[in-house]
Design a protein around this ligand. Structure first.
Ligand code: NAP
Length: 229
């Protein structure tokens, strides 16, 4: 099985990458910083293609396409990389809003465009967008997170649109709208708050969902949250 995941240098993405590699998947990871996985139990490093760079850069897209052309088909795409800015609404500037939508919305949009032809070649494929509970209609909202949460809301709706547009293919598109997980991003949004889940726990949930449930759902925005925030 072949998988692509973005944002693996730390946090939830790093734990997803570690588990996929240990479970024998072939994985392409994309992060701006190098990922340190010294303690892998499965040391078959030929299974891992690491691309270091910004997921928004065209040269990174070409590197991804080169690997995909070797692979011919792709089973799983996990759009996990995220950017959070926590700032009062009236103080947000254009660059901060643009960064939020570039990383949280446009990067998954572009990677989906790149990967869908290869996902179509798999017998069954799963495209997972990692959203946020704040990007779900009717959820509790928090001051300072307007750019972040609205960009995740756009990502959730994109998931629904793609499921409809590609309903005649073998690809299932779902958005997991996560609640609090103990990572650097959470600490930035809610300093001092203790989340109920570790990155490893959430990574295991996400992989279990892909392997056992994503086939049963398409175009769904699934809240994965047990706390407020
Ligand atoms: N933690 C939570 O409580 C929580 C709650 C809801 C949703 N989420 C979502 O879950 C996902 C993972 O979050 P996390 O908490 O694990 O965050 P994190 O610890 O801050 O990690 C984010 C990852 O994304 C990568 N990244 C960011 N911008 C990138 C870019 N332009 N190009 C390539 N890689 C990029 C970062 O790597 P580099 O810095 O090396 O680029 C890092 O590996 C995100 O989509 C986040 O919005 C998290």
């Amino acid at each position: 099985m072949k998988a692509i995941i973005t944002g693996c240098s730390k946090g939830i993405g790093k734990e997803i990458l570690r588990k996929l590699l240990n479970d024998g998947y072939e994985v392409m990871s994309i992060s701006r910083s190098e990922t340190n996985l010294d303690d892998l139990t499965n040391k078959d490093s030929t299974n891992w293609k690491e691309i270091i760079g910004n997921i928004l850069d065209e040269d990174v897209h070409y590197k991804i396409i080169n690997v995909l052309n070797e692979w011919k088909s792709l089973d799983i795409l996990i759009n996990n990389a995220g950017f959070l800015i926590s700032k009062p609404f009236e103080e947000l500037n254009y660059t901060e809003v643009k960064n939020s939508f570039d990383v949280n919305y446009y990067a998954p949009f572009k990677l989906s465009q790149i990967c869908i032809p290869y996902l179509k070649n798999a017998e069954k494929a799963s495209l997972i967008n990692i959203g946020s509970i704040g990007g779900v209609q009717g959820s509790v909202k928090f001051p300072g997170l307007s750019a972040y949460s609205s960009s995740k809301g756009a990502l959730a709706i994109l998931t629904e649109c793609l499921a409809e547009e590609y309903k005649d293919t073998s690809i299932h598109f779902n958005c997991l709208a996560l609640g609090a997980v103990q990572t650097e991003m959470l600490e930035k949004a809610f300093p001092g708050y203790q989340a109920p889940f570790s990155p490893k726990q959430m990574a295991y949930y996400i992989i279990n969902f892909i392997e056992n449930s994503s086939e049963m759902m398409n175009g769904k925005i699934i809240s994965v949250s047990a706390s407020t925030p």
